[in-house]
Write a protein that binds this ligand. Structure first.
Ligand code: 5GP
Ligand code: ZN
Length: 112
């Protein structure tokens, strides 16, 4: 097992867990873009989102939907960015599919 995120799912590398079910594992990003920046992974290894079947992608996003609602309610958010960097050229740095949930707050884009 030579994948950073597979090691996180297995508990071989520690992480701050946000949510877990039979299909996905969610944890806080180590370099958060905002407080509460959460990463959601399928437990099964896929390199890129476009390597997944429609069924596996649907299962992943059912959990993303549930987790995003919980993050929103817990942190009292009005909105968030939910997205995937699909492939190295698109900014994917860890080659195990993952969805970013990035809380947005008033004024956090100023100066960028
Ligand atoms: P990507 O750029 O591939 O879409 O996102 C990878 C994300 O994983 C980055 O936001 C990065 O901060 C996060 N990350 C990389 N290594 C670790 C780690 O060991 N632990 C945690 N919690 N996050 C990580
Ligand atoms: Zn992996």
């Amino acid at each position: 097992m030579d994948c950073l995120f597979c090691k996180i799912v297995a508990g071989a590398i520690p992480s701050h867990k946000v949510y877990e079910d039979e299909n996905v594992y969610a944890f806080l990003d180590i370099y958060p873009c905002a407080e509460g920046h959460t990463i959601v992974l399928p437990k099964k290894h896929f390199g890129k989102f476009t390597d997944m079947s429609e069924e596996d992608a649907a299962t992943l996003f059912a959990s993303v939907n549930r987790i995003a609602k919980t993050v929103s309610e817990t942190l009292g958010l009005e909105g968030m960015n939910i997205g995937i960097n699909n492939g190295e050229i698109a900014g994917q740095t860890v080659p195990h599919v993952h969805v970013h949930i990035i809380p947005r707050r008033a004024g956090d884009g100023e100066g960028n």
